[in-house]
Design a protein around this ligand. Structure first.
Ligand code: FAD
Length: 562
């Protein structure tokens, strides 16, 4: 099977054979090397993942210029913003997924496997096939790469809260959404059985959502609509026992949105009868109840529940933690990259999306170097003119610094800027003051949010860099290097925030668009429909999603438990 594939010149398949020893097969297609056809000269790119980052990279990469291998445990791209809609049947699961093979066509190869080790030293990845055959249950695939693109995303973060893994649903993958859909119906069917006490009905129909971020809020709103518009007609005898509770440890929900959106959402949930409990931290989940601790009073109480959905943020995948240990990035939550998305210290490995983040500390170190270089005589002083030139240089290199300065952040530099105002060009400024403020500055610069929007933009950026790699080696267009000679090959990555939505149910959505433009209500819901239809990865999914929305408008949601 492996040999048949023309691209597998370097692929090694290591299989466990009887007696437990490992045997390595090389599927090298020697004719490739002998003939030296263009295929064998192509650099090999291994892409880990089929999510937002990887798919946008693959869609924009000139696949014909490289030997591209894609590895992921799922053979499709999933449009995650519509996962909450799948939980209640507003859209069907298959409408939001696109097979990765449709995206890469014949120009790249896909392996349904999970990478469990990155060997940066030998430039290899070790993978395990997802489908295990009885005879080869210890099969391992080892792949060489010239470039590795790590886009494995993140996993759910339970904060090690006892009982969460065993008793709660997550909402991260398509399978999670399908499980939730079945579980919601199960709860209604259980509550409708004869000989069920009122207490039990209440328990079965108590839906608890943990986490007041966009996913938790959207799911609670979706569930409320499902119950109000569809379920209550089908289960009239138990509808009055339904209760939806949203637990949030902080003081408010949707804190990443404008305050007006937070206030509107909290008010709307109150009107809709969704029990919003802020300042309430879940400390344990058991089969019988969810134990919460009130942050203000410290009082611990337990509530019975029928179904709980845990949505409190993301954590690091074991593959990434292990790799970070290997390369000495032990103090971080995600892989640190430079502004060109290269994993620091590993020029051939790039990381994007939820598993990575541009290292802000390095940017601060660069800024310190820029200041030191400008201070040629090491006096700890710069003239106003020199200082302004330095600031211009920094802002060109790091657009985020420009934005922070505009918003009067980055205290050290802002203070110096203030000192320089209205002063003569030759006046000297004390830059030591700035250097001592550097550590504060570091903590003021925030990581990019873990969103599909960021991952997708990073994918497009990286693909464009790879498409121009050969040309830019000769003609670099990036800024001059701070350490070393010459220029960088490419411009650094720049994120452009296009806005965010928070669907709140009842055909109302909150939209926060660039320039802090906020719109809440039915008109934003139509904007949401059009944006999410347009953002679909293919015409097939676009059509299916739009048809699902129409089906829901006409016939309501389907409550069969299949
Ligand atoms: P993912 O999209 O998670 O993809 C990771 C890929 O890596 C998957 O294909 C996975 O199978 C694969 N993988 C995992 N482990 C391995 C391994 N060991 N080896 C190989 N492959 C592996 N963002 C927005 O911008 N807007 C929204 O409205 C929005 N709504 C969301 C709603 C929900 C319910 C959720 C869960 C997320 C939402 N997000 C939204 C966030 C967005 O989905 C993530 O930020 C985005 O998926 C991150 O992209 P990624 O490529 O880093 O990872």
């Amino acid at each position: 099977f492996y040999k048949d594939h023309p691209r597998y010149s370097k692929l090694l398949v290591v299989a466990a054979v009887s007696g437990g020893s490992l045997l390595a097969y090389s599927s090298s297609n020697s004719s490739h090397h002998e003939t030296g056809d263009s295929e064998s000269k192509k650099k090999r790119i291994v892409v880990l993942g089929t999510g937002w980052g990887a798919t946008s990279y693959l869609k924009n990469l000139d696949l014909a210029s490289y030997d591209v291998q894609v590895v992921a445990p799922r053979n499709y791209f999933a449009f995650t913003p519509l996962l909450p809609s799948v939980t209640c049947g507003t859209v069907e699961a298959r409408s939001i997924v696109e097979p990765i093979r449709n995206i890469i066509k014949k120009s790249a190869t896909f392996w349904e496997a999970e990478c469990f080790k990155i060997d940066a030293k030998d430039k290899k990845v070790h993978c395990r096939p997802v489908q295990k055959s009885e005879s080869k249950d210890k099969e391992e695939i080892i792949m060489d790469y010239d470039y590795l693109i790590v886009a494995v995303g993140a996993r759910v973060n339970t904060f090690n809260t006892p009982g969460v893994e065993e008793n709660c649903h997550f909402l991260k993958e398509v399978e999670d959404a399908q499980r939730i859909r079945r579980s919601v119906i199960d709860c209604f069917e259980k509550a409708s059985l004869p000989n069920i006490s009122e207490e039990e009905k209440k328990k079965h129909l108590h839906f608890v959502v943990v986490g007041g971020g966009p996913t938790g809020v959207e799911f609670a709103a979706e569930l409320h609509d499902f119950v109000k518009e569809d379920i209550s007609k089908l289960y009239p005898k138990v509808k009055d026992f339904v209760k939806i509770t949203l637990l949030e440890a902080g003081d408010h929900i949707l804190t990443m949105f404008d305050k007006r959106i937070t206030a509107f959402a909290e008010e709307k949930f109150k009107r809709d009868g969704i029990d919003l409990k802020t300042g309430s931290m879940v400390v344990e989940v058991t089969n019988n109840g969810i134990r919460t601790k009130e942050r203000s009073s410290g009082v611990v109480s337990s509530v019975p529940y029928g179904m709980a959905v845990w949505s409190t943020g993301i954590g690091t995948r074991p593959l990434i933690s292990e790799f970070m240990q290997q390369i000495g990035q032990t103090t971080r939550r995600v892989l640190a990259t430079d502004e060109w998305l290269r994993v620091q210290g590993n020029d051939c490995i790039y990381a994007l999306g939820d598993c990575a983040s541009i290292n802000q500390r390095r940017i601060m170190e660069d800024i310190a170097v820029i200041f030191s270089k400008a201070d040629k005589d090491n006096s700890g002083k710069l003239t106003v003119k020199q200082f302004q030139d330095v600031i211009t240089d920094i802002c060109e290199r790091y657009p985020q610094v420009k934005l922070y300065l505009k918003n009067k952040k980055l205290k050290g530099i802002s203070d110096l800027l203030k000192d320089s105002e209205g002063k003569d060009n030759s006046t000297e400024l004390d830059i030591e003051k700035f250097k001592s403020a550097l550590s504060q500055v570091d903590s003021e610069m925030k990581m990019l949010p873990a969103t599909g929007q960021v991952a997708a933009q990073e994918g497009v950026y990286l693909a464009n860099c790879f498409n121009q790699m050969a040309e830019r080696e000769k003609n670099p267009v990036g800024p001059p290097r701070i350490r070393g000679e010459g220029r960088h090959r490419f411009h650094p990555f720049r994120y452009k925030h296009l806005g965010q939505f928070a669907p709140l149910g009842g055909e109302q959505t909150a939209a926060q668009l660039p320039g802090d433009w906020v719109s809440i209500g039915h008109s934003s819901q139509w904007l949401w429909y059009s944006v999410y239809a347009s953002k679909q990865v293919s015409w097939r999914t676009r059509t299916m999603v739009v048809f699902d929305w129409m089906r829901r408008f006409i016939f309501g949601r389907d409550s069969s438990r299949i």
